[in-house]
Design a binder for this molecule. Sequence first.
Ligand code: 2AM
Length: 187
Amino acid sequence: MVRTFLAIDLPAEQKKILEKIQNRWKSFRAGIRWVPPDRMHLTLKFLGDINTFQLKQVIDTTRNICSNHSSFNLSLGAAGVFPGTRRPRVLWIGLTGDTRDLILLHDHIEEHLAAIGFPPESRRYSPHLTMGRVRSSRQISRLIDAVYDEQIRSAPFQVSEVTIYESILTPESPVYTVLDRCPLACS
Ligand code: 2AM
């Protein structure tokens, strides 16, 4: 079985910006498990454990969907917390730019993967980059104020492929391995 998810990778320049923001947030010394910037990605669909036959179907389906979608541009957007400030669990950064293209791509992936047996998410898709996960309430309210005050500026980056990842869980942190890269059509 392969623990699989589909994601959009970020260019090095955006990861640098995210690292700088994260370093500012780290200075609050709150109880957060931080996502290392080199591992940050925009999840499109988490599939969990699938077998090798299903993986082949997922690769074929995703490649087919991507070949029918043009590449598009995104920029880093405002920061926030999930599910809300009263019980924060995830600190995230959002996206701006061609978000309609992103949602369309996501919806097609949901629809076509549902047709091969992967149930669609019941929750609405909220595209986000997870920066950290809350582990304790230590210093959390000061950090949350800083999250909402964050002014994020980034140049647009082109999204030109969807990456299929394997996620291997280890006691320290998950290890992600690229299984396939599915190119989007040229825009
Ligand atoms: P997150 O950033 O919102 O936590 C790999 O685990 C990726 O799949 C993570 O980035 C995570 O998104 C996403 N994901 C979505 N649902 C998940 C689940 N039930 N278990 C683990 N990861 C999940």
